[in-house]
Design a protein around this ligand. Structure first.
Ligand code: FES
Length: 119
């Protein structure tokens, strides 16, 4: 499937272990909430859908990390996820994973690499 990258945000909008950026993509014809974060210098993006019950993770828009800045946290029942893999490291969905999206960073912009199959 061909497609071109889409700009999610400016690189400077994502601070390491800090606030993320929410965006939407279309999956199976439905608008689907997603988010991008930065961890150890690298940008990652996932569907904003907890592997437990499927609700959005952030308790306030963009608040995805826990206090330590080391894990992504679901605000509903406290599942924690590894930012670099999306794997649940604790909580009710242990062993499950967030669904990753392909992202890249070029020329000061964070890009969603559309055209790559999203799971
Ligand atoms: S919905 Fe995320 S931990 Fe239950």
């Amino acid at each position: 499937m061909a497609g071109s990258p889409r700009v999610i945000c400016a690189s400077g909008d994502l601070t390491d272990g800090g606030a993320g950026v929410r965006f939407e993509t279309t999956r199976d014809g439905e608008r689907t909430p997603c988010f991008a974060i930065r961890f150890e210098g690298k940008v990652y993006a996932y569907l904003n859908r907890c592997a437990h019950v499927g609700v959005e993770l952030d308790w306030s828009p963009g608040a995805f990390f826990d206090d330590s800045g080391l894990y992504l946290l679901c605000s509903t029942h406290g599942a924690v996820y590894e930012p670099e893999s999306g794997r649940c490291a604790g909580g009710p969905c242990r062993g499950a994973s967030l669904i990753p999206l392909p992202v890249d960073e070029r020329d000061g912009q964070v890009l969603l690499m559309e055209g790559v199959q999203h799971g």
